[in-house]
Design a protein around this ligand. Sequence first.
Ligand SMILES: NC(=O)c1ccc[n+]([C@@H]2O[C@H](COP(=O)([O-])OP(=O)(O)OC[C@H]3O[C@@H](n4cnc5c(N)ncnc54)[C@H](O)[C@@H]3O)[C@@H](O)[C@H]2O)c1
Length: 291
Amino acid sequence: MLGIFQKSLDAGKFDEDSILADGSKLKFDKIYPLDAVFDTRDDVPADVSSNKRYAGLDGFTIQECADAVAADYGKIDIFVHSLANGPEVAKPLLETSRTGYIAAMSASSYSLISCVQRFAPIMNEGGAILSLGFIAANQVVPGYGGGMSSAKAQLESDTKVLSWEAGRAYGIRVNCISAGPLKSRAASAIQKGDKRTFIEVGIDYYLANAPLQKNLYSDDIGSVAAALCSPGFGAVTGEILYVDNGMHCMGWATEQAGEKLWARSDPLEESELMGTKYTKSAEEMSKYASS
Ligand SMILES: NC(=O)c1ccc[n+]([C@@H]2O[C@H](COP(=O)([O-])OP(=O)(O)OC[C@H]3O[C@@H](n4cnc5c(N)ncnc54)[C@H](O)[C@@H]3O)[C@@H](O)[C@H]2O)c1
């Protein structure tokens, strides 16, 4: 992933989305390698160290990453955990193996605990940690399998316990945004029907059934994340905040979610694809900034 990200960045694929409100371009000061299933160097098995995917990468465990950040910047204010992986996500829970279930939990929820253990000590008091949850944590979303629903439930529960422990130990806040469906790279891998993917069906379902009938964009999530991590939200911790056009509050759907949506054969329009590449237009953003 690091290689793909670096190549896309170098090729200017994120240029359009990197323009800030003042017209300048967002710059990454530094990019660190990280595999969040490893806590310390001792946890990395020999076959992983020698695997070509890791060739040339130094210090990709969570502890080594935290050490490198501390060496470069001293203390930090904000830490965002925006990662998940479940190798058996396409399998129903009823068919998920123990190995697949534990792998989903290791990458998607324990990784937050390990990050808080290792990054909280290098955070300034008043700092904020944020993770990304999904409604499948506490309600059934058919198709979100492989133990990923369980991992998201753990993530939300851990958010509350960590807010208590890290609040008392370091004076930092721990929150979680439960996001609505966005057609990201990871989400696109979840489940494929004959014609459509899980996430395309999810996007259609939200458009049809959420209180707000409008596209959900990645910057809808980003702007709430920025707010939650800002001092203005300095008294908010242990919170699971839905950013989903209000879908979470519905008890009844008005449109069918099953066969009809899976059977839709026409592809989603560009404007309906709400992955990271799809942010609000500059015109919409300027309205938002001035309001
Ligand atoms: N896309 C959605 O509809 C949606 C909805 C709710 C919550 N989320 C959550 O948002 C977060 C970001 O996912 P996304 O959908 O934007 O997809 P994404 O593909 O943009 O991001 C997923 C990231 O996880 C990283 N990752 C996976 N395993 C890792 C590991 N072992 N170590 C380090 N990094 C690892 C990948 O490299 C990738 O950058 C996830 O927690 C996801 O569950 C997504």
